[in-house]
Design a protein around this ligand. Structure first.
Ligand SMILES: [Zn+2]
Length: 380
């Protein structure tokens, strides 16, 4: 009798502990092109002296070897999950907003739809409720959502005044009761020069986020890396590539921390994407509307290719399909409903303007069978 009770208790314990509680981590890397993600350094840019001041910095990133530029993405995410956006393989995802710059991109990514009110990068408090704000209103997720960004616009994008979301972005120090690491990061951040006026170096965003993850265990964590886009605008192709490599390493470190923590291990979906693409060849530095010359009165042309983005995903229920062919183009706005769906919520039910969640299972049938880049594969 005693023995039977013990077995029942054990079964109950096992079934409770097996009931995984889903978590989501979204990482965006601002303004990184699908070309670098899937084909590595651009052969038309990587040796141009005007854009590469420090060739040694990018010597390791040979064109056609994307696994050298983003080893974690290619060796781990593409082996265990999916990626979309390699247009040479018929895999495509676009932004639907016509502006193809950052704030409209984050609006689409995080609220699920494009809004003409958000057409610039001006610091206006977002009138739209993002999926993060909505999820934070759900009793089981309250105060279990946090966002860390390098760009100082995120408190506006996520409307912290209204949403009450935990957001640390720009050059904000961490506040409240702090760990030793948080105090030290605050000191380092205040003493480190940034090349950019409103974007901090990504290492601070990353390290603040990892410490928050360890201390507060959010169910949804958003990390918005930013320096790649700014180095590109400065015309530093070497620094842009190095920033992409660092971003990949940051995600590898993040994934290791998640898998080392029983609260997250095997229960966490990792989503990686970007806010917009960039121009091709000589127009790689910019995106969206190109700047009109002084005195020019005509329409300002859109830089072709800025609408082309990419995504990668892995986690419970996501097939290990590598680069998947899309039937038409997926849309950036699908990310919001996808994050909600992973956590068990139907975002479209409350926000009909939002695009539907990505259906990663449908895509298995469309899997590109033998074109996933691997470490041993040369070129693509
Ligand atoms: Zn930009």
């Amino acid at each position: 009798m005693m023995r039977q009770n013990w077995i029942l208790a054990l079964l109950l314990f096992v079934s409770l502990s097996l009931k995984a509680e889903p978590k989501v981590v979204l990482v965006s890397i601002d303004g990184v092109r699908w070309q670098e993600v899937f084909t590595g350094a651009d052969p038309s840019l990587h040796q141009q002296a005007q854009w590469v001041k420090t060739p040694a910095l990018i010597k390791a990133f040979q064109p056609g070897r994307p696994e050298l530029l983003m080893p974690f993405l290619h060796q781990t995410v593409l082996q265990q999950g999916v990626a979309v956006g390699n247009r040479t393989l018929g895999s495509a995802i676009n932004v639907s907003n016509p502006y193809q710059i950052s704030y409209p991109g984050y609006q689409e990514l995080l609220a699920g739809f494009s809004d003409p009110v958000i057409h610039s990068n001006h610091k206006i408090a977002n009138p739209n409720v993002t999926v993060l704000e909505w999820l934070n209103q759900q009793p089981q997720l309250r105060q279990k959502i946090a966002a860390f960004g390098s760009w100082d616009l995120f408190p506006y994008i996520l409307n912290t005044q209204r949403s009450g979301l935990t957001v640390n972005a720009g050059f904000m120090p961490e506040q409240g009761k702090l760990s030793e690491k948080q105090r030290y990061l605050n000191q380092l951040q205040a003493k480190t020069p940034s090349p950019f006026a409103n974007v901090r170096l990504d290492v601070f965003t990353q390290e603040f986020a990892l410490e928050h993850l360890r201390l507060h265990k959010p169910r949804l964590l958003y990390i918005a890396l930013g320096e790649a886009d700014d180095f590109a605008h400065l015309g530093h192709y070497d620094q842009y590539l190095a920033a992409i490599y660092r971003s990949d390493q940051f995600i590898a470190d993040l994934w290791q921390q998640l898998q080392n923590d029983p609260y997250y291990r095997d229960q966490t979906t990792l989503l990686i994407s970007t806010d917009h693409g960039r121009g091709e060849a000589a127009q790689w530095r910019s995106h969206g509307k190109s700047t009109a010359l002084p005195g020019y009165k005509g329409p300002v042309p859109q830089i072709a290719g800025s609408e082309h983005i990419w995504l990668a995903a892995m986690g419970p229920g996501i097939p290990a399909a590598g680069v998947i062919r899309t039937d038409g183009s997926w849309q950036q706005g699908q990310m919001a409903a996808t994050m909600a769906a992973v956590l068990g919520f139907d975002y479209q039910a409350v926000q009909p303007k939002a695009a539907p969640a990505f259906d990663f299972s449908t895509s298995v049938r469309l899997a590109v069978s033998d074109t996933t880049p691997t470490v041993t594969r040369q070129g693509l």
